[in-house]
Write a protein that binds this ligand. Structure first.
Ligand SMILES: [Zn+2]
Ligand SMILES: [Zn+2]
Ligand SMILES: [Zn+2]
Length: 236
């Protein structure tokens, strides 16, 4: 993918536009960088389309040297290590106060979220910075994607694929969801039904079909028994 008019901050300009780092005043200028379609990752050494790399101000081409996938796995490894160290008691206890890396205010620990993957045990941004950022960047689509990920453990793309395959309705009753969320009164999403032994996703079910299936213990004899019982009295 080519982005011809992409511009990035580069160092060495005559005008001071922003950014003071490491107590050293640097000058920055808005200058276009060459557009590139693909790049080789310095870690996995695979050549990937440029969309697989995050933007980075400090590099010549304006992108990270490592692909997103490599950076993600490196970061999560670091986090896992920190978590292990914390459990083993190798890290100091939570600090009483800490400086927010965004607003640079030194605030009590209660003004930060707990974060086991951080060396200090606290989030790097204070709560008010995190909330403000969230408020600014959260779109309804992002909120939905987060909700799907947190609730069902699958990506929004995966969920929507299942939803499209089923025509947007419950796999059993072929109707749309009717159950509303008790908190915000919005109609819920169809639930993701798993085979509890294999973990395999079977399909999307509305609240009532999902609940009924569970109450019948997912047991064939019970399901057929209920059907026979229903028919016996419904036919009269
Ligand atoms: Zn890579
Ligand atoms: Zn802050
Ligand atoms: Zn249903």
């Amino acid at each position: 993918m080519l982005i011809p008019d992409r511009t990035l901050w580069v160092q060495g300009a005559s005008r001071v536009i922003g950014s003071v780092r490491n107590d050293q005043r640097r000058t920055w200028e808005y200058r276009p960088k060459p557009a590139i379609a693909s790049k080789q990752c310095a870690h996995c050494e695979e050549t990937k389309p440029i969309a697989a790399f995050s933007k980075h101000i400090g590099t010549k081409d304006g992108y990270n040297q490592w692909c997103k996938k490599c950076r993600r796995s490196e970061l999560s490894q670091k986090r896992e290590q920190i978590k292990a160290d914390r459990t083993a008691g190798l890290l100091p206890p939570l600090p009483a106060e800490k400086a927010c890396t965004k607003c640079h205010r030194v605030l009590p620990a209660s003004e930060f979220y707990q974060a086991t993957g951080e060396r200090s045990g606290l989030s790097s941004w204070c709560k008010s910075c995190a909330l403000a950022h969230n408020h600014k960047t959260m779109t309804p689509q992002k909120r939905r994607a987060n909700h799907i990920w947190n609730k069902f453990g699958i990506t929004q793309e995966h969920y929507d694929r299942l939803l499209t395959e089923q025509g947007g309705v419950s796999a059993v009753c072929k109707q749309t969801e009717t159950k509303r969320n008790v908190m915000n009164h919005e109609v819920q999403l169809l639930g993701v039904d798993h085979n509890h032994e294999t973990g395999e996703i079977r399909g999307l079910l509305c609240h009532y079909c999902n609940a009924a299936y569970g109450y019948l213990r997912e047991d064939r004899d019970r399901i057929l028994g209920l059907l026979a019982y229903h028919d016996r009295y419904a036919k009269r």
